[in-house]
Design a protein around this ligand. Structure first.
Ligand SMILES: NC(=O)c1ccc[n+]([C@@H]2O[C@H](COP(=O)([O-])OP(=O)(O)OC[C@H]3O[C@@H](n4cnc5c(N)ncnc54)[C@H](O)[C@@H]3O)[C@@H](O)[C@H]2O)c1
Ligand SMILES: CC1=C(/C=C/C(C)=C/C=C/C(C)=C/C=C/C=C(C)/C=C/C=C(C)/C=C/C=C(\C)C=O)C(C)(C)CCC1
Length: 531
């Protein structure tokens, strides 16, 4: 295979940033993005750009993160291609005006032709993180293109090779000026944030997310924030398969070397299972890495020295006991998948987001205790995982919130590119993926159309006000409550009529079906008797 020369990293000139932003705004004002076919052409071009730039992207991912070709295709390049295909398949449907009828519009207003138009928000800024420098940067862009926005894209400077390949690919293959890439770090991002956007889509840390949200608030710019979290996993006494739980949780911390926003930070496990769980983790490790993780081509490296030292410090500061792994190699930016047994919520392994291949095991006596600890560590994490009985899993999901959750696995809820994904509270605002990506960049604009012939019917609104007209309207449109002042449902005449004539049910459709059955049964019965 011919070797690939990756472009050298170059930050975009600061003074060119206002022009890049105003060009993108100007392109939006031409209205060309409102044309659905134009959007489809851009999505098709992006699809083929990803295919054609695959070798460069794979090489860049290897250079920046030592990401394996397998993960580079599965979770980065092909992932975004799948997103393009999904949008192309559904765009006609997503963009169609949605006619509003019952129950949103009462019958009395049906002549106003209420509908919701899906309008592009305008010109948007997408800021990406380092861990999936292709997927997490370009999937929001797919949503923005589909919605009809023009976009300026800011890749992470921590993955410089990817940033440069993405810049070349986007600016060569998509509509010039409508889609641009600005490379750089804090000064360039600040310069971008000094511009006016119709939305900012940010993926990264809560710390930088706060800076972005504050700055955006100055101009009332809406933001989507996709942030991190200290994600718990719960393993109860009734865990259906402890060996499988160990294997699946280890997957969550070895995929991309644990640099996954949704991977578990710690495992709250019933005390009686701790030793067996550790044994199962070791078996799973051996199975995945027969020659040790360091010798495997499958596992990525930590992105840079700063993050390597951050994760190492978490391990060094911990008062817990390393029960698996523990090897680190600064020259190679290698940290072995490592598990630390801790007994203090204030331990560094519990207090910080690991965003790497290390996690804590925290033994508990009861599920009550586990839920207390998890709510104490982080009340609104990005994800949670639960391995218990059906009732226990339901309880965990009910009693603790999170952006998303998976029962009996690590981050499967985030492993399918078409289902909505996002945080809650301080782990994120807003969601994307699948239709949610289109929605994230769309203004849902309600439109009404009042026919001239209806003027007499709707004149009640005009001065001089006339109470008799208002009372007449209310008599026609107002529904009287079926509940009293204590919030209790009152079983009035209407209720009993519906119960008797609805044959015990409450919906008209159900009643109709039940009557059909009764009439049918009667028909069969009388016919048989007749014979
Ligand atoms: N929810 C998600 O989908 C998701 C996905 C990936 C990562 N994350 C989170 O992101 C974090 C790791 O990613 P990261 O290190 O790339 O995040 P980061 O916040 O350091 O960087 C994200 C982006 O912000 C820019 N940036 C950095 N400092 C800035 C500043 N002071 N002012 C303005 N812009 C600045 C960077 O150039 C980069 O493009 C983790 O907390 C992880 O959980 C969340
Ligand atoms: C059931 C049958 C089949 C189908 C099998 C299928 C569909 C298998 C699917 C396996 C999957 C989806 C495995 C999981 C992969 C995990 C991935 C892709 C991880 C992704 C990571 C991501 C997106 C990370 C994101 C990070 C974020 C957001 C933050 O940092 C057949 C068809 C095989 C046969 C019949 C039966």
């Amino acid at each position: 295979m011919a070797s690939i020369t990756l472009p050298e990293y170059q930050a975009t000139a600061l003074e060119s940033i206002p022009k890049i932003a105003s060009t993108a705004r100007g392109q939006f004002r031409t209205h060309k993005t409102k044309n659905i076919e134009w959007r489809k052409v851009q999505l098709r071009k992006l699809y083929w750009a990803l295919e054609d730039y695959k070798p460069q992207l794979v090489a860049a991912l290897a250079s920046d993160l030592r990401k394996s070709k397998f993960e580079s295709l599965f979770t980065e390049v092909d992932w975004v291609k799948k997103d393009c295909m999904f949008m192309l398949d559904h765009l006609d449907n997503f963009t169609k005006d949605q006619k509003l009828g019952a129950p949103d519009v009462p019958l009395t207003f049906s002549m106003m032709n209420f509908r919701v138009r899906k309008e592009p928000l305008g010109t948007v800024l997408v800021i990406g993180p380092y861990n999936y420098p292709v997927q997490l940067l370009l999937c929001p862009v797919v949503g923005a293109i589909a919605a009809g926005c023009t976009v300026v894209i800011k890749p992470s400077e921590l993955t410089p090779a990817c940033a440069m390949v993405v810049k070349e690919m986007i600016e060569k293959c998509l509509d010039p000026g409508s889609f641009s890439v600005v490379n750089g770090s804090i000064p360039e991002t600040n310069a971008l944030m000094n511009e006016k956007w119709d939305k900012v889509f940010f993926t990264g840390s809560a710390q930088v997310g706060t800076i972005i949200a504050k700055k955006a608030a100055e101009t009332l710019t809406p933001v989507v924030l996709e942030l991190g979290g200290k994600n718990p996993a719960f393993i109860t006494k009734n865990c259906p398969n402890l060996a499988l739980a160990a294997r699946r949780l280890l997957w969550g911390k070895t995929h991309n070397n644990g640099q996954v926003c949704m991977s578990q930070n710690y495992v709250l496990i019933d005390k009686s299972l701790v030793d067996t769980f550790i044994e199962f983790l070791k078996l799973a490790y051996k199975d995945m890495f027969p020659r040790g993780a360091k010798a495997s081509d499958d596992i990525s490296r930590i992105v840079n020295k700063r993050h390597f030292l951050r994760i190492k410090k978490m391990l060094d500061d911990s008062k817990g006991k390393i029960v698996m792994g523990g090897e680190v190699d600064e020259d190679e930016l290698y940290i072995e998948p490592t598990v630390v047994l801790v007994n203090d919520v204030k331990d560094s392994m519990m207090e910080e987001e690991s965003f790497g291949p290390v996690f804590a095991i925290y033994p508990v006596n009861t599920l009550d205790e586990a839920l207390n600890v998890a709510n104490l560590v982080h009340r609104t994490p990005l994800s949670l995982y639960t391995f218990g009985s059906k009732a226990e899993n339901e309880r965990v999901i009910n009693e603790m919130t999170s952006g998303g959750a998976t029962i009996n696995d690590s981050f499967f809820h985030g492993s399918v590119n078409t289902v909505p994904f996002g945080g809650v509270g301080d782990s994120g605002w807003g969601a994307y993926r699948g239709k949610a990506s289109f929605d994230a960049f769309t203004h849902f604009r309600t439109i009404a159309e009042t026919p001239s012939w209806a003027e007499k019917l709707i004149r009640v609104r005009y001065m001089p006000y006339d109470f008799s007209a208002l009372n007449f309207l209310n008599r026609l449109t107002e529904k009287s409550p079926n509940f009293d002042r204590n919030g209790k449902v009152v079983k009035g005449l209407g209720y009993w009529i519906m119960l008797i004539f609805g044959l015990g049910g409450k919906s008209a459709k159900g009643a109709f079906l039940r009557w059909l059955v009764v009439v049918g049964a009667h028909f069969i019965y009388t016919n048989r008797l007749g014979r």
